[in-house]
Design a binder for this molecule. Structure first.
Ligand SMILES: NC(=O)C1=CN([C@@H]2O[C@H](COP(=O)(O)OP(=O)(O)OC[C@H]3O[C@@H](n4cnc5c(N)ncnc54)[C@H](O)[C@@H]3O)[C@@H](O)[C@H]2O)C=CC1
Ligand SMILES: O=C(O)[C@@H]1CCC=N1
Length: 274
């Protein structure tokens, strides 16, 4: 399938754009990509930027795809599945929607079995994403490989056996870029309050994040030890971390991520109950 990948997206918003951007720039550049979205402005931008074909509703080109990737909001999934169901003929369906369980999607697709549920993230746009993935029982080994190749074209993949863990992946890496941007915003704001320009603050914060994450990835040391190595007793880092601990920053991050996972589970229960 990899040599003849005809991939259609239903939903051409932020996440579809991130995935298509990564796919067209990288290993899957030869794939035929088609996008269906009722919003002509979104389609025009995708066509201009990435040379994909587009349609405002499900058409023959979509039906002729061998992989259909659902990139609509979780709240739109049931309606989209009802529109898609009559056009299915064994194709692989990949869903990236937060919360939506494969069993519910399969039911809405009239019992379609070839479903891969996954949770990518927006750094896919620059091929630096990471995607948690789980395959339903009806997915063939070839389809699993195709799903892996599509998501690998935009970064790393991590396969799970237990679908319930996708909510945890959502809380860590799906939503995760937003936490990083939040931390960067806070660092930039603090830099400005301390007298640097916004640009200087951004430059310093970005380089620090990039350097520290690469160091953590390459070092044999546990992350906690790397933190301790920056923290001289009675020094500046100690002052910062003591203040952050007193403000409950670490616990606030853990609580926030727990809320994200709970929201993913609740979305699945709410939206799947129909
Ligand atoms: N934004 C992110 O960082 C991530 C999002 N996701 C998931 O990706 C999915 C899409 O999220 P975003 O791209 O952020 O949302 P978005 O709102 O940017 O895009 C959704 C698109 O679906 C289109 N749409 C609405 N009804 C439709 C229909 N009947 N047929 C075809 N298209 C239709 C809309 O016009 C819009 O362009 C969500 O389910 C979300 O949970 C997953 C991982 C990360
Ligand atoms: O916020 C959301 O619901 C989606 C899923 C992960 C990232 N964005």
């Amino acid at each position: 399938m990899q040599n003849d990948l005809r991939l259609s997206f239903i939903g051409g918003g932020n996440m579809a754009m991130a995935l298509i951007g990564g796919l067209t720039a990288g290993a899957a550049a030869s794939a035929t990509i088609h996008v269906v979205d009722p919003n002509p402005a979104a389609l025009q931008q995708l066509a201009q930027q990435f040379g994909v074909t587009t349609a405002t509703q499900i058409d023959a080109r979509l039906a002729a795809s061998n992989v259909i990737l659902l990139a609509v909001k979780p709240q739109q999934m049931k309606e989209v599945a009802a529109q898609l169901a009559p056009h299915l003929n064994g194709q692989l369906v990949i869903s990236i929607a937060a919360g939506i369980r494969s069993a519910d999607l399969s039911r809405w697709l009239n019992g379609h079995g070839a479903i891969v549920r996954c949770m990518p993230n927006t750094p896919a746009l620059i091929a630096r994403g990471i995607t948690g993935m789980v395959a339903s029982a009806g997915v063939s080994p070839e389809q699993r490989d195709a799903a892996d190749a599509i998501l690998k074209a935009v970064g790393a993949t991590l396969w799970l056996d237990d679908e319930a863990l996708i909510d945890a992946v959502t809380a860590v890496s799906g939503s995760g870029p937003a936490y990083v941007f939040y931390f960067l915003e806070a660092m930039q704001q603090a830099a400005e309050q301390l007298g640097l320009t916004a640009e200087q603050g951004k430059t310093l914060a970005l380089a620090t994040f990039a350097g520290a994450t690469q160091l953590a990835a390459q070092s044999p040391d546990p992350i906690g030890l790397l933190r301790e190595k920056v923290t001289s007793k009675g020094g500046t880092t100690y002052a910062a971390l003591t203040s952050m601990e007193a403000d409950g920053v670490k616990q606030a991050i853990i609580d926030g991520m727990t809320a994200a996972a709970a929201r993913g589970k609740a979305l699945g229960e709410e939206l799947g109950a129909v």
